[in-house]
Structures are given as C-alpha cells and as structure tokens.
Design a protein around this ligand. Sequence first.
Ligand code: PLP
Length: 371
Amino acid sequence: MISFNQVIIDTSALAHNYRYLSGKVGEGVKFMAMVKSDAYGHSMIESARVFEQNGCTSFGVAELSEGVELRESGCNGDILVFVGFDYRDSEYLLSHNLTPVIFNHEDLAHISDTAARFEKKLPIYLKFDCGMSRLGFYSADAPELFKKCESQHIDVTGIISHFPCSDDKSSNHSEQAYQLFSSITQTQGIQATLEQSICNSGGILYFPETHADLVRAGISLYGYYPDGAEGRTADSENGLLPAMKCSTRVIQVKKIEAGRGVSYGHTFVAERETQLAILPIGYSDGYFRSLSNLGEVLIRGRRAPIRGRICMNMCMVDITDIAGVAVGDEVILLGTQGEDRIDADDIANWVDTISYEVLCSLGNNNKRYMK
Ligand SMILES: *Cc1c(COP(=O)(O)O)cnc(C)c1O
C-alpha cells in the first residue's frame, strides 16, 4: 500500500557523511556508526549496510533487540549494546556476538556468570561517568571494578564515556571530562592499552584532541551538526549532507471566508478570505502538534504556513499566496523543493527542540524508502 506520507533516505548522503567524518579522524582511530533508534529514523539495517559498504566495522545500538536484528541482517562488524539488557535475554549476547557496555556491578556479575555457564569469553566495555550524570561507574570505582573483571570469562576490551557539552565549542568541559577519562588507564593495575572512547559528533567535529581510539558518530552521519544551524553556518566546507526528506500530498483545497476559525479550538481565525490546503499528516505521523500555527511546509517551491492546530492525521496550511495549488501536489515538510529548503534544524527551532528529535519522530512514524 502507498502512504501519502513518505520519508526518503538519500543513501549517497549517508555514504558521503561517513567518508567525510571518517576522514576527520586519524588513521589509527576506529569509527563507530551509532545506529540506535532505527538510525535516528533513517532505517537501521539499510543505513548500517551503507556505512559498512563504505568501510565501517563498528556499530552502536541502544537495546539488545536492535543488536540482534542488526546481526541477523548480515552485519559483520562489532556491535555494541549501550543501554543494558534484560537478564532473560543475555544469552543473545553470546549467540549473536554482541558486546555489552557495562555500567553497573549487577550486570557485570550477571554477565560473568552467563559467560562462565556457556564456557565462553565475552568481550565487554566499561562505561564511566565523567560528568554526564547518566550511565556509568565513577573513575574512583576503577581499581575495584577492574579487580572484579579479572575473570577468565570476561575480556575488558575498552572503556567508554560520554561528553555532555561537546556541541559547545566554547565550553571547557570536554577537555576536563577527557582529562578525567584518560586518568582511568593511568590507575595502578589497569592496562594502559585498553581501548578508549569518549567522542560523539561534537567531540569528533570540535574537540579533535579527544578522539582517542574510537569515535562514535550519530547525528553527523545523518547530515546534521550537534549545535544545529549554527554548526552548519560555521562549517566553511559545509561538509554534512542531510539525508532525510519527508513529503506528503495535498488531499483537498478549499476557500474559507474572513472570520472563519480553523481546526480544533479555532486557534487560527482567518483575517481575510483564505485558501487552505488540507494535508494528510499529523502528530501520529511524527509531525509535532506543537508546530500548530508555527511550522511551514513547501508547496510549488513556496512556503505555506500551518494554520490552526495540527490534528492526529491531518493539518491545514495557508496557500492564499501560492497560485495554482491542486489536489495531488507534492508537499515537502523536510527537504528541498524548488529553490527553498526546510531542514530538521528549522523545524527544531520552531518548537524548541533539536534535529535529533525531529528526525526520530518523522523517520520512525512514516513509511521509508531508501534512494
Ligand atoms: C547517541 C550516542 C552517541 C552519538 O551522539 P551524537 O551526538 O548523535 O553524535 C555517542 N555515544 C553514545 C553513548 C550515544 O548514546
């Protein structure tokens, strides 16, 4: 069946972004593609395949189920599971050759027992909290922790941390976090050769001295800068290409008289005779309700503003100043049409969020096509 609403992923943009970014890190630095949340809405399996074809050998997911799906799709690279697992599923780590990122003592003990039961050696990474106040051990836990890892069934491959402020070039927090992080391998009894990884896209782009052994790119692979439109403007090479486009179609055109209200609650009242186009896309399709009376779409290469509230499956846009709009016309919510472009940073700015959420929301709620 064909939905009016389509998300189109430009695989050549994904390939370009991978090559552009991997060219920014040194030869000896491994490059991980973060493909969690269905590759930020871009389709995990297909996106990972594009990255793998371009040389990527390392992938990051949030949930174990994503790792299983990715492995079963034929992905040959390392797959790291970042957000834990239910103990009833831990055998999948072994059967599917997935690497857990361990952030608490309970999981560490459990995984050690599981590996012992299967008489296997399981590679793991340890996660440290160097200022994010999210998952991870503290660096002070390291000596005790590494003692616990001296099991013959566990192989600590490396240590991982995460930058909270690397999208801000002017913040000195990233250097401080990196200092703290690198001090872990200087602790007595801990191998100095452990693989170290702390960089997300912000770290890769703005703090090259912190690349360490492995970098983990997410948003930048999909064509966006972690600091939004500012990052794009500041990049003289304008190297990242947005990969997602989202379109729908006009399903009705109608004229309303001055004084008429539009949509639930009549939050928009026409001041003049107004031409509206009705679009079959709404908040259940990932087009945020908070875009009501704020967002814009492209029709015939021109901007049409949203009028009134966005409904579950529909919204209305003002086409009074755009001549000739007809049922069936292509409408661009995200992407380029004619000379104009709406990108995920524009949508994010209208409703005070970030491109990440826009991409996940549109990508994961609509039918996708890889081009
Ligand atoms: C999502 C994620 C990343 C990627 O972050 P971006 O800002 O999208 O580049 C890196 N590391 C971890 C642990 C993540 O969860």
